[in-house]
Structure formats: C-alpha cells, structure tokens
Design a protein around this ligand. Sequence first.
Ligand SMILES: Nc1ncnc2c1ncn2[C@@H]1O[C@H](COP(=O)(O)OP(=O)(O)OP(=O)(O)O)[C@@H](O)[C@H]1O
Length: 266
Amino acid sequence: MPKDIEVDRISKTYGSGDGAVHVLDDIEFHVPEREFVCVLGPSGCGKTTLMKMMDGLVEPTSGQIKIGGSVVTEPTDDAAVVFQNFELFPWRSTLDNVALGLEIRGMGEEKRYEIAREWIDKVGLDGFEDSLPSELSGGMQQRVGLARALAVDPEVLLMDEPFGALDAQTKDRMQTQLLKLWEREKKTVIFVTHDIRESIFLADRVLVMGEKPSGIVADIDIPFDRPRWKDRISVENDDRFEDIERELRAHLGLTEGSSEDTLEAT
Ligand SMILES: Nc1ncnc2c1ncn2[C@@H]1O[C@H](COP(=O)(O)OP(=O)(O)OP(=O)(O)O)[C@@H](O)[C@H]1O
C-alpha cells in the first residue's frame, strides 16, 4: 500500500562554526498517499538533501520526516530512489541491475529474476535483459533505473532529477512512460526537477523551494485531468498551463520574457 509523507518542520545545517551551511529552514508539508508531487528550486537550495532525508540517508538537524506514520531514521524498504546519473552497476546486465534491490532484500534467484523480467517488460526493455549499461542509450539506462526502483514495490518513489541528463525527445518519452506506470501502480512520488514545464505536466502539485536557507515558498495544485500522457498537446496548449508556468517562474524569481524554461540557465 502506498504511504503518505509528513515533513514536519525540518531544518538542516551541514557542519558547524564558521563552516556551517544552513540549507533547509523549517520545511513543512504533507504528501497524501498516491500523490505525485514535483519539487522545484534554485540550484543548491537543498532539494537533494531533502530527498536524502526522506530516504534516511541524511539526518535532519531538527524536525522529522514520517512515511506512513513512522519516523524515518535510516534507509528502509518503504522508499526507492531513482537518480539523474542512473547509478547502474556497469558490470551487471539489465536483468541483474533490475534484480539488485530484490537481491539485497534476500530474495531467491528464481523469484527475483521472475519479478525483474516482468519489470523489464513493463518499461519496454524486453530483449535487452543481457545487455550491459554501456550497450544501452541514456533513456534505456534510466528505464533500467526506474524498473530497479519499482521492482521492490516501494511505498514511496523518490526521483531526484531522473530525466535531467536526457535529450528533449527521450525526456518526453520517459515522462509519458512514467505517467503510464504511475497511473497503474499509483505510488506516492516525489520528483525533483529543474524543468518547470516537466513539473506541470507530471505533478498533482508543485512545491517551490526558495534560496537557502530554504523554505517552501509556493505550493501549487495542477488542475489537469488524467491521463495526461494520452494528449500531451492539449494539456500544454491549455491556457492554464501557461498561467501556472508564469506563476512558478515568478515564485522562482525568473524574469518574464526569458526564453529559458529551466532553472539550470539561471
Ligand atoms: N555532505 C555535505 N556537507 C556539507 N555541505 C553539503 C553536503 N551536502 C550538500 N551540502 C551543501 O548543501 C547545499 C544544498 O545541496 P543540495 O545538493 O541538497 O542542493 P540541490 O538543491 O539538490 O542542488 P542542485 O539543484 O544543484 O542539485 C549546497 O550548498 C551544498 O554545497
């Protein structure tokens, strides 16, 4: 069963004394189970730090995060993470990369390969079971990363700029594939991105973080019906899409009229 996420007055300072970096300041929000939330924010504002906290890899200085009511203190089976740089093992085949999380959880070979093959099929990589990451395109490698995360059937999927390294066309295809999978699996998803339009297309709700020490400066509902992937053009041509984009840009302090729609350009 997907679980909700409660971020309860989180602050984070790295280091101490003169070298202290105050990154997150009193962050508070709730994500109901099965919701798809995107997080936008300027470079270095602490998005990855927040994701690592949800995965139990970084400890908050104060406050707490709860997944399904339990305080996160260490990595657990509740959450699975997908990273921008894929983080696949180069010497492992697609099958063995996808099966990795199940192997770590102690599942026997026959069962884990069965589940891994199902996921390889669901992300459209059948036929590439024996390929090494170096034999796959960036988009295919990220599909391996996605399959590996979903194969363990996590309650929560944490995605840290997963499509940031992909070209525009591959990114479009991956967004469609992710939405199709999400509509079937309905995990609770937190998805960090620098791409404003990507956030509007994917999310039920977009959270905007400010400059560090960061708080949440905006929390915006995205009104478009689902499934959105079936008619992306209508979603993007809806007048409200541009209004929301303008609103998000304003919250991010991006100047009107700039041709860039990603924060990386700032
Ligand atoms: N382990 C650490 N020790 C000290 N400082 C750190 C550590 N990890 C991150 N920081 C600092 O915390 C700040 C936030 O980093 P973080 O990677 O969370 O930001 P981000 O919003 O994900 O950045 P980007 O958008 O560039 O990926 C940065 O100033 C970074 O240098």
